[in-house]
Design a protein around this ligand. Structure first.
Ligand code: PAF
Length: 280
C-alpha cells in the first residue's frame, strides 16, 4: 500500500488502473470505515485499485465545531487501511488541497441540504460537496462507497453525482455497530464510559418510533415529539428525531421506503444515527 500526499503523485500512481474504488474519510478510522474499504475492494475486483483519502476538511466545520481538535491519527489509520485491502492512501495537506482559499464551491439544493443536518449545521453540505467533488476530480473513481451512518450525506452525494453527470457509481455501506448496538463513529471517542452506555438510547429511541409507526400510529408530529421528549427526559439535547422517505428525505408517507433519523447532543458530544424501514 502506498501513502501519497500530492495530487501529482496520486495521478501518476493511478495512471494504469481503469477500475478505481474510492472511500473518502476524515481519518481516525474505525471498523465502519474499514468495512467501506472492504466493500470497495469487493466491488472493484482484484485488478482494480482501492483508494482511501484522509483529509479533515475545514470547509465542512463551523467555527464553533471540532476542526482543531478532530483526532489526526494518520499512522494508525494507514496500518488499518493496509489490513483492509486498500492500495493507495491519499492524505493531502491543507496547502495541497486548498492552495488558495476555495472560492468556487458546490452548492447543493436547499430542499435536501438545508434540512436535518444542514439545518443545524449551516453550510455543512456545501463543504462536503465541494471537497468530495474535488476529490472525485483528483481520484477519478469508477465507484465510491459512503457509509449509511451519514445517511443524508449519502443522499446529497448521490444527487450531486446524478445532477453533475459524474461517471461514478455511488454505493452505500451498512452502518457498523458495537455489540450493544451503538453505531460506530469517530466522535464516540469523545464519550466517557458512562456516556457510551447511555448513547445506546439514541438507536432505542429510533426503534421505539419505528415500532409505533409500524403499529399503525400516523400522527407523525406526535411520534417525533414523544421521541424528542424521551431523549430530553434522559438528559439529552436532541436536534431532531424524525421519520422520512429514504430517497429524498421528504415527509414520511405510508407505503414508501422510510428511514428514521436522529441527531442529539449527549454531554459535549453530538451523535447521529438512523435506521431504515423496509417498504410496508
Ligand atoms: O463522511 C466524512 O467523513 C466526510 O464528510 C467526507 C465524506 C470524507 C468529506 O470530508
Amino acid at each position: 500500500m502506498q501513502v501519497i500526499h500530492t495530487i501529482a503523485e496520486l495521478r501518476s500512481a493511478l495512471g494504469h488502473h481503469a477500475q478505481r474504488g474510492f472511500v473518502p474519510t476524515m481519518g481516525n478510522l474505525h471498523d465502519g470505515h474499514l468495512a467501506l474499504v472492504r466493500q470497495a475492494r469487493e466491488l472493484v475486483g482484484p485488478a482494480g485499485a482501492v483508494v482511501a483519502s484522509i483529509f479533515v476538511n475545514r470547509l465542512q466545520f463551523a467555527p464553533h465545531e471540532d476542526f482543531d481538535t478532530y483526532p489526526r491519527t494518520l499512522e494508525r489509520d494507514c496500518e488499518l487501511l493496509k489490513g483492509a485491502g486498500c492500495d493507495l492512501v491519499f492524505a493531502p495537506s491543507e496547502q495541497e488541497l486548498y492552495p488558495e482559499p476555495q472560492g468556487y464551491k458546490l452548492l447543493p439544493p436547499p430542499e435536501l441540504a438545508d434540512i436535518l443536518e444542514g439545518h443545524f449545521r449551516p453550510g455543512f453540505f456545501t463543504g462536503v460537496c465541494t471537497v468530495v467533488h474535488k476529490l472525485f476530480n483528483i481520484v477519478q473513481p469508477t465507484l465510491a462507497v459512503f457509509g449509511k451512518k451519514d445517511y443524508q450525506q449519502l443522499m446529497v452525494i448521490r444527487r450531486m453525482v446524478a445532477q453533475m453527470a459524474l461517471p461514478i457509481a455511488i454505493h452505500g455501506g451498512e452502518t457498523r455497530r458495537n455489540e450493544q448496538g451503538l453505531a460506530l463513529s469517530s466522535r464516540n471517542g469523545y464519550l466517557s464510559e458512562a456516556e457510551k452506555a447511555e448513547a445506546l438510547r439514541l438507536s432505542r429511541t429510533l426503534k421505539a418510533l419505528i415500532a409505533r409507526w409500524q403499529a399503525g400510529e400516523r400522527d407523525l408530529a406526535q411520534l417525533e415529539a414523544d421521541a424528542m421528549q424521551a431523549l430530553r427526559d434522559a438528559g439529552w439535547a436532541p436536534d431532531y428525531v424524525t421519520l422520512r422517505r429514504q430517497h429524498d428525505l421528504g415527509p414520511a408517507e405510508h407505503g414508501q421506503p422510510l428511514v428514521a433519523l436522529a441527531a442529539a447532543r449527549l454531554g459535549k458530544t453530538r451523535l447521529i444515527d438512523n435506521l431504515e424501514l423496509p417498504a410496508a
